[in-house]
Design a protein around this ligand. Structure first.
Ligand code: DC
Length: 224
């Protein structure tokens, strides 16, 4: 069976990662969560008290990035050998990661690393710039969207499940709108739909329906 590259992009909380993960499982492909990599770098900057300086001191940032190892393994993200998969999902990281992902040195480091995954086909990668910058020749590109309110509802449910209850639906909607703006207005690799991506509005779809939608298109390409 032919192996392909599937790129899934879209704004925050549009359902990309849940869908991409389930799709990868169904196809027996590797799932790569690029947002987790940006989150892990954000965590590192916070731990090193280097979050503010990262925006003013390039030499410091370069040294710090050179000394940072980020890798993905079996769906988990490792920062300098430590599994930080849960630690990167906090509201604090979510509110800071977008700014960190606008840094040129950060993007260069992660872009290089993400492109290497393409040497082996049979991957589902999700992010903001996968279909535009990382794999412009991806076999299948999907751009997932949903209304900001719907995405805020999903985030609220996620946070409530983890016991983070301090935020209201309005707070989260504002947060999502701010991230959409930051992610799509930044100079480097901004969030945008690739011309040849299929748009999928998930506002009224279940996860299973989203997976089925992409799976059917992938199956045609794979010859399944
Ligand atoms: O998908 P996510 O919410 O985990 O992504 C976190 C942030 O990382 C998001 O606000 C923008 C950034 N990001 C990016 O700039 N490029 C990617 N390919 C993936 C994420």
């Amino acid at each position: 069976m032919k192996k392909i590259i599937i790129a899934i992009d879209g704004p925050a909380a549009s359902g990309k990662s849940t869908t991409a993960k389930a799709l990868a499982k169904r196809l027996n492909y590797t799932y790569i969560d690029t947002g987790a990599m940006y989150r892990a770098i954000t965590l590192k900057l916070l731990r090193e008290n280097a979050y503010d300086t990262a925006f003013t001191d390039e030499a410091m940032l370069k040294a710090l990035l050179d000394a940072t190892d980020i890798h993905l393994e079996h769906g988990a993200v490792f920062l300098d050998g430590e599994d930080v998969s849960d630690k990167i999902r906090t509201h604090d990281i979510s509110s800071k990661v977008s700014k960190v992902s606008s840094l040129k040195l950060v993007r260069e480091k992660l872009t290089e690393c993400q492109k290497k995954f393409g040497n082996e086909k049979g991957i589902v990668m999700d992010g903001r710039d996968i279909g535009t910058v990382i794999f412009p020749d991806a076999d299948l590109k999907v751009f997932m969207t949903a209304s900001a309110r719907e995405r805020a509802k999903r985030r609220l449910e996620e946070l409530q499940l983890k016991g983070e209850t301090a935020l209201t639906l309005d707070d989260l909607e504002q947060d999502i709108l701010r991230r959409d703006k930051e992610d799509s207005e930044r100079a480097l690799a901004p969030l945008r739909k690739a011309a040849d991506a299929i748009e999928l509005d998930t506002s009224a779809l279940s996860i299973d329906e989203q997976v089925e939608f992409i799976y059917r298109r992938a199956a045609i390409l794979i010859g399944n």
